[in-house]
Design a protein around this ligand. Structure first.
Ligand SMILES: [Zn+2]
Length: 346
């Protein structure tokens, strides 16, 4: 049966409207669904999910506070929702709970819970293992070789999220831990400064890594190109040359510092002149002399191989982050399903 013209049009309008809605909320967080349980109220759910009742109502177009058990609610969360797997990590000399927690991007509290470590008992014995729940698909990524000659196995694709926009998903494949850090750090920047354009994510790696012209590196899922944050722009389509006038130093520095805190960064390539601006800002923000020295190549000169943040030509319009290889290869992977259903016999 043919659809009447009006019906077709109204259906199209509906679709466009629905599409518009999901796009409108896309910047508020990662989309998740919550199923209403007995005894739930909007304010209870809002508290549990760290959002406001007003937002809950808006996201779900609710007119009243009435809920029914089993009802599905859409919630946008700043914490990415991803499949989890359990890895075993062998404790090394000099490790502490907080160090390990940072390494894997998890909280100290969770580490305690997964391993039944009581509060106050923080001494770790080197050689023993800890169970850690790591986000990422069941088959963990492997980064092979070097950024300039390597490949990526089981890469994970980054999709746009709160505070960032992926320019071309086909070129945004990375190792699990790289994707995790991007997915958790960038929403933090967005949360700190509501008013900013989404950070543009350029190339990471191709699906299986390998040669990726015109880049020399970006071969094994550890390199990420991303935009600076600029002043007075609502939307950024592509990388834009950063200058003394248009660079939003405070926001860009906050983003860089958020990444640095993960302890997962090997290098960041930033134009030397922009380094000066960021260096002075970091100093004003209370970075110690030692910390400045460790972090910046500036003011030692653009040729010096010192500091995490270094100059590299052609980084006036974007930052290039090189992540360290994942800390997980030293860990034995225990897949969730085998833990739940017993291991496969071959
Ligand atoms: Zn690059």
């Amino acid at each position: 049966m043919l659809w009447s013209r009006t019906r077709l049009i109204s259906c199209l309008i509906c679709m466009i409207f629905a599409l518009g809605l999901s796009v409108a909320h896309a910047q508020e967080g990662y989309r998740t669904t919550y199923t209403v349980k007995r005894g739930d109220t909007l304010s209870k759910i809002a508290k549990k999910k760290d959002c406001s009742v007003r937002k809950l109502k808006r996201w779900n177009r609710l007119r009243s506070h009435r809920l029914r058990v089993g009802q599905k609610l859409t919630i946008y969360s700043l914490t990415p929702v991803r499949p989890m797997r359990i890895v075993e990590y062998r404790i090394q000399r000099g490790d502490s709970l907080i160090k390990i927690a940072r390494k894997f991007g998890v909280s100290k509290r969770s580490l305690r819970r997964w391993n039944r470590i009581r509060r106050g008992r923080t001494r770790l014995v080197a050689g023993r293992t800890l169970k850690i729940h790591v986000p990422g698909p069941e088959n963990p990524s492997e980064t092979h070789g070097r950024p300039q000659l390597g490949k990526l196995v089981n890469g994970e694709q980054l999709k746009s999220g709160p505070g960032y926009r992926v320019r071309n998903a086909k070129k945004a494949w990375g190792a699990n831990h790289v994707i995790t850090h991007l997915m958790t750090c960038l929403p933090k920047v967005k949360k700190a400064f509501r008013r900013m354009h989404p950070v543009v994510i350029g190339d990471i790696s191709r699906q299986h890594g390998g040669k990726f012209p015109p880049h020399r590196s970006h071969q094994n899922g550890l390199d990420v190109d991303l935009s600076y944050i600029h002043k007075g722009i609502r939307k950024l389509k592509n990388f834009k040359r950063a200058t003394r006038e248009n660079l939003d130093i405070a926001k860009t520095w906050f983003m860089i510092d958020t990444f640095l805190k993960t302890d997962a960064i090997e290098y960041m390539f930033v134009d030397y002149r922009l380094q000066e601006l960021l260096y002075k800002h970091a100093r004003n923000k209370g970075y110690s002399k030692r910390k400045l020295k460790e972090t910046f190549q500036y003011p030692r000169g653009r040729g010096r191989t010192k500091g995490i943040i270094r100059h590299s030509p052609s980084h006036k319009n974007h930052i290039h982050i090189r992540f360290k290889p994942s800390p997980t290869p030293q860990a034995t992977i225990r897949k969730r399903h085998s833990a739940r259903f017993g291991s496969h016999s071959s």
